[in-house]
Unconditional design. Sequence first.
Length: 161
Amino acid sequence: MIKKAIITAFVVAVMVVSHRAEAQTYSTGVGLRAGVSNGLTVKHFISLDEAIEGILHTRWKGLVITGLYEKHKDIREVRGLKWFYGGGAHLGTWGDRSDPPFHDYDDSYTVFGIDGIIGLDYKFVDAPINLSLDYKPAFNITDDVGWWGDEIALSIRFTFH
């Protein structure tokens, strides 16, 4: 339910401002990430269409840091809107997972794995604000080995030139 509200809010915001927006770039954005896991995000462009992103987020009473390389492409129909894709890795800990559906997992895990990412990135023309909606699946290589395909999040960042 909350995921649908986040996606709907993002789409409405882009549609409302898209007719006035002009292509804007930013060099660095710092902000909050909300979704399946919540945390902090920093995105820095290393070229006009390449960025690196760091995410520090919580999940199952643990803390995970993720580093990503992203390639950005313009969506010509809506100025200021880009789509992006990329990949990277994560490292962290997951704590107690006694909540459903894991009822019997009460150990801590050190997780390391690879991540993919695909999403939309929008920079408002008249404000130093960036919205980003993404899907970030991951595969854990250590401890809790397996595919985690539920990471959908909305990031709101303050941007710097």
